[in-house]
Design a protein around this ligand. Structure first.
Ligand code: DNO
Length: 356
């Protein structure tokens, strides 16, 4: 595996490439052209400029998170073929620039959903948190306003103010789209992009829905072992793979994470590893990566990845805000650096334990 950190680009991130370069064992970043809108074609020049900047700091561009999918593709709207054509062009441009991993999600309207961005934990750190009661009490249009005050002046992925401004229209677009329809729309999209993925050896890695259940009555399908296996089989091509994100699949307490990893052998192209602490089954907060700080056995998760021969990029995921840092919630430097060191330590121990 290759240890990486997510980096939003010098115009958006509070963390620098120079800082990332000094985290032991981190050799690459997962980045994006953060100022592009879903549906836009990414030019080769901009991709190359991003890559050059990263490489000049001694790191590699290990993949893209995310090339976002236009809502017309997800909802099966009138212009989907046009946007799929643009997506294919973006993939070809990435391939030409030697980028081979693309993370994306197929969540309607909202990307990941949290109801608090700065819940204070016992040790004084702050974390992202979710309670179902808070979502149930909110009008979807108010969701953005309810959390935007805690964004530390940053733009959070999937919560871009321009998209949120059109939220009523977005909801209308998904009227009548149920889970089956969403699966069909995903299949339609995947079938059309597989040939360019094969041509350039691009691994597509769908991100799970977070939390892994329906919010605001919108359908969500990347939620369980059964559904991801259905997704991998419905377009049975190794380029059609997944981002295994423990913090997202783990929101559903019925998901057995190591078992899911084992069942996805050969199809996990990217891994996000982080921990959650459950208060009830629908009230949880994010925790440090260390197993004992939360509810997951991170050792077992890393062992399952090791056992299936996972060799793609991995990254620590959301970190707590500690030591007075002010950054995008979940994406500060300090706790993610601790997370990377811990995950690297687990991996080294598993590897050495196996080969002796
Ligand atoms: C949140 C992230 C998501 C993820 C997208 C992938 O921190 O995990 O925004 O990047 O869902 O497209």
């Amino acid at each position: 595996m290759q240890m990486t950190l997510r980096w939003y680009g010098s115009a958006f991130d509070t963390v620098t490439l120079e800082q990332i370069r000094q985290i032991p064992g981190v050799t690459g970043v997962i980045s994006t052209l953060y100022d592009t809108a879903p549906g836009e074609v990414w030019s080769r020049e901009r991709i190359r400029a991003l890559k050059n900047e990263i490489e000049a700091s001694g790191l590699t561009l290990a993949g893209i998170e995310s090339v976002n999918i236009h809502d017309d593709i997800k909802a099966g709207g009138k212009s989907r073929d046009k946007y799929i054509k643009n997506y294919i062009e973006t993939l070809a441009n990435l391939g030409e620039e030697d980028v081979h991993l693309v993370c994306y999600n197929f969540m309607p309207v909202f990307d990941w959903t949290r109801t608090e961005l700065a819940r204070i934990r016992e040790d004084g750190s702050t974390v992202l948190a979710y309670t179902q009661e808070a979502v149930d009490a909110l009008e979807p249009e108010k969701m953005f306003d309810s959390i935007s005050g805690d964004m530390n002046g940053t733009v959070m992925p999937g919560w871009e103010p321009e998209r949120m401004a059109g939220i009523k229209e977005l909801f209308a677009l998904y009227k009548g789209v149920d889970e089956e329809q969403l699966f069909d729309n995903l299949k339609y999209f995947l079938e059309r992009i597989m040939s360019v993925c094969e041509q350039y050896d691009i691994q597509m890695a769908i991100h799970p829905d977070d939390p892994a259940w329906s919010v605001f009555g919108l359908p969500r399908i990347m939620t369980t072992k059964e559904n991801i296996l259905r997704m991998t089989r419905m377009v049975d091509n190794s380029h059609n793979g997944v981002t295994f994100c423990s913090g997202s699949y783990g929101t559903n307490r019925e998901n057995d994470l190591p078992d899911m990893i084992r069942s996805l052998k050969g199809r996990i192209h990217f891994a996000h590893v982080r921990n959650l602490k459950f208060i009830t089954s629908t009230n949880f907060e994010e925790a440090a990566h260390l197993s004992s700080d939360g509810s997951f056995d991170i050792y077992e998760i890393m062992k399952a990845l090791y056992d299936i021969g996972f060799d793609g990029p991995i990254r620590p995921d959301h970190g707590r805000m500690i030591w007075g840092e002010k950054a995008m919630p979940g994406y500060g430097l300090y706790d993610r650096a601790l997370g990377a060191a811990y995950l690297n330590g687990l991996w080294e121990a598993i590897e050495k334990g196996r080969t002796r």
